[in-house]
Design a protein around this ligand. Sequence first.
Ligand SMILES: [Zn+2]
Length: 178
Amino acid sequence: MSTYISESLRNQIISTDLSRCCYCLTTEANSGIPMTYDHIKPVSKNGETSFENLCLACRTCNEFKGDATEAIDPLSGETVPIYNPRTQKWTEHFTWSFDACWEENGVNMNELKLLAPTLYNFSLQRAEQKIRYKGEIFPANYPANESATPYIDFFQYDTRTNIRKGIIAIDLIRWAPS
Ligand SMILES: [Zn+2]
């Protein structure tokens, strides 16, 4: 089976996908790494080289996906087919999320436990943080892994690629999650 992607097919895919990765929506301009053409159903599983089975994907997403066709849904714990950008809607399957740290210095812990227990108590479901803050927020110096890397350092690197990421500071006074 041919995996050659003609120029007209490439152009059709680029314009349909708005030059963005269909999985994480990043652009090439943003990541600085050339986009790839992902076989939604992998070639190794007889996926066709056709518009219906191809989409733009950044290298990170494409490599992470590999030749998988199923994955575990983090919410239900069930094995489900991987998102298909040609037949499914992104917003029905994904949501923006972020990871952040907060610095304990100068924080009144008693008030924090009262006002925002999910920020402090890890026995509470992280899902609750996601619902409330649209992301996960960890104490900066809390160990993130078995080698006790504090979260503030842990978040500096992409865990999949080990490439250094940028981090930003959030002005909490003006921050209003919605
Ligand atoms: Zn991507």
